[in-house]
Ligand binder design. Sequence first.
Ligand code: CP
Length: 355
Amino acid sequence: MRHLLDVCDLSVDELYSLIATAEDIAANRAKYAHILDGKKLATLFFEPSTRTRLSFEAAMLELGGQVIGFSEASSSSASKGECVSDTARVVANYADIIAMRHPIEGAALAAAEKSPIPIINAGDGGHCHPTQTLADLLTIHRELGRLDDLTIGLCGDLLYGRTVHSLINAMLRYKNIRFIFISPKSLRLPEYTLRALEEAGAQAVETASLEEYMPDLDVLYMTRIQRERFPSMEAYNAVKDSYRLTPDKLESAKATMRILHPLPRVNEIAKSVDDDPRAAYFRQTFNGKLMREALLLFLLSDAAKSAPSNLPKGEKCAEKCPNPKCITNNEYGFEMMCTSLEDGTKKCRYCETKL
Ligand code: CP
């Protein structure tokens, strides 16, 4: 059985195949209207969402399937202390596949370890958000016609922005990608993403300026400063207004450049940018539904269901994960597991923090 916990759970060939399926769904809607008749998706959202939850639900309904689930932890037995793996194990009796969002990093993996049905990570804290990356990849492919040979600027909250971490992991596997990381110093990328960039020998520069590299960019990926992940309001207030994309800042950008944003936005893109043909973020939300349809078809296919488990490998270890937001520090009964790194050190199997 295959799960989708990290975007790298899908090979590059599989990503291209999902893109082709998404395009076919868009062009031949009637062909897919009953393809998942009798199947049920459970959306278990322990954290707020508009796009991810509703696009998953719309995706399943448009494929002929049905949907059950909850949209907040307070209406589930998590509010009574149930652990995420027990929830997944129970819901597996009622559904064929689970899409789960959780504020704690590594929660989707913890659920997948005990689940007899596929788990889709719909966002685990500040760690990753692989299905947003599927939306991002289809958008880039549709708008620019390629996933290779790109200069991508990622701007805003690179520390807590899980969509950024997943997009980088995905783009590291395409040819000739140059990254421009635009953030305040305090919101630079986390260590595990920097490590992935270093291991891949990626072309990357860091800057605090939104304008500096604007003429070079093929894609500008704007992000919201993630207020809910900051340790204090004081820390959030210090950086909350760091960037604001306005029409004048786009004057030096290529006519073919595309602006993406996972949304929701707060104030980092002025509404006056929305009518610029380069603004692709609302088209991106539609693409998210198409890719989630393609993903449901893939994970519920006989081939994926009979495939060997793709859970990340790990070994028992005595150390405690240093990340207070890791699932291993937030639920009882966890046997800590870690994975060895190339340099001989170890990372937490659940949240990837270096031990
Ligand atoms: N992009 C994204 O994850 O949006 P939601 O939080 O609304 O699902």
